[in-house]
Design a protein around this ligand. Structure first.
Ligand SMILES: O=C(O)CCC(=O)C(=O)O
Ligand SMILES: [Fe+2]
Length: 364
């Protein structure tokens, strides 16, 4: 019989500050990683005023004039950072109803001709005009540096939950600390009519860990359980939603579960929903397929007790077996944003789109 879930568990980060309750947190984390693949984290170590400020900026970065948004459009950026128009992406053949900015933690690109092309992927983000959204860039970077720190603390906690020696996961990050994480600010408007409510279609995240801030009170995020049912993950103020990406699932032999999720658009006539996902990246040079971790057999048995199921066929992450993680990330970006690829990665563009520009982009 397989374990299953009917809600997303809430873990209280403050349990970690007391030795008497710390092991309870780790026990709950083990359960959430293996059986759900999603959790809410309450009382996270990110300044409340920075979270509130980011929430407050969400509508404002989309309310600036359209030409100011297009000035920082993603097609300008070999790093796939910047603004994407509503309806620019598809998931599994259907248009996603969302508008978004892709940003990143600070990174200076040092790619030289002759080096692998995927090393071009990390670099500076594009920021909307400071005069139109004063303070946004500095606030958002302050927020990202705190979430980045939390994401590394979480890798330590995962080692503990899976009884791995401390620092086992360090090998997935560059020894010089030069890693760039991505984050988006996303707006899901209400559709004009009820014919499509796909905010974003069912998908898995690709990297290690995702930390999602639901930045408005709208429901819409849903998580798929082992029976294939869609379970609501409504916003809970003061929490992050944390979930596992395909790279972490792969290296943990599936112990940490990457769970399919989707977002339904707000009801017709509603105000827009906003969210801010942070995607923890790993070293670009590591080959995931050659970096599978070993576990104590007792821990692995917990995966068998969970069972399988509920998977949505979305992206083919089989590429992790073949290429370095940076190459997998680049191929994913090329498929999602052919306009950027055509301009900055013309050879890959020709390989993926031999018949020329597709009528729409593809997400995931
Ligand atoms: O907007 C959300 O709540 C989730 C977005 C998401 O799953 C993604 O961008 O990968
Ligand atoms: Fe996602």
């Amino acid at each position: 019989m397989s374990a299953n879930f009917s809600s997303v568990p809430i873990l209280d980060y403050s349990l970690l500050s007391n030795p008497a309750t710390r092991s309870e947190f780790v026990r709950q984390l083990q359960h959430a990683l293996i059986n759900v693949g999603f959790l809410y984290l309450s009382n996270p170590p990110v300044a409340r005023e920075d979270i509130d400020a980011v929430i407050d900026y969400c509508p404002r970065v989309f309310d600036i004039p359209q030409d100011a948004k297009l000035k920082v459009r993603m097609a300008n950026s070999p790093h796939f950072f910047g603004y994407s128009l509503l309806g620019a992406e598809l998931t599994k053949g259907k248009t996603d109803q969302r508008e978004q900015y892709d940003f990143g933690t600070p990174f200076e690109n040092t790619w030289q001709p002759g080096e692998p092309e995927y090393l071009k992927l990390w670099g500076p983000a594009q920021w909307p005009d400071e005069e139109l959204v004063p303070g946004f860039k500095s606030t958002f970077l302050r927020y990202l540096s705190q979430v980045e720190k939390l994401s590394f603390e979480f890798t330590r906690l995962i080692e503990e939950a899976f009884e791995l020696p401390p620092h086992t996961l360090d090998k997935f990050f560059p020894p010089d600390g030069r890693v760039q994480h991505r984050a988006k600010v996303v707006k899901y408007p209400a559709p004009a009519d009820a014919s499509s409510n796909q905010g974003v279609g069912p998908h898995f995240d690709g990297g290690f860990l995702t930390f999602l801030l639901q930045a408005s009170p709208h429901r819409g995020l849903q998580v798929q359980n082992l029976a294939g049912d869609w379970i609501d993950a409504p916003p809970i103020p003061g929490t992050f939603v944390v979930n596992i990406g395909k790279a972490l699932e792969t290296v943990t032999q599936g112990l940490a579960k990457a769970t399919s999720h989707r977002v339904l658009s707000p009801e017709v006539g509603s105000t827009p929903r906003y969210s801010v996902p942070f995607f923890q990246n790993i070293s670009q040079t590591i080959k995931i397929g050659e970096s599978i971790l070993s576990f104590n057999p007792e821990i692995l048995k917990l995966k068998d007790a969970r069972g399988e199921g509920g998977a949505t066929d979305s992206v083919n992450y089989a590429e992790y077996g073949q290429y370095s993680s940076g190459q997998v990330a680049l191929l994913g970006r090329v498929r999602s944003h052919p306009d950027v690829a055509q301009r900055h990665y013309p050879d890959l563009f020709k390989q993926f789109f031999p018949d020329g520009f597709p009528s729409q982009g593809f997400a995931y």
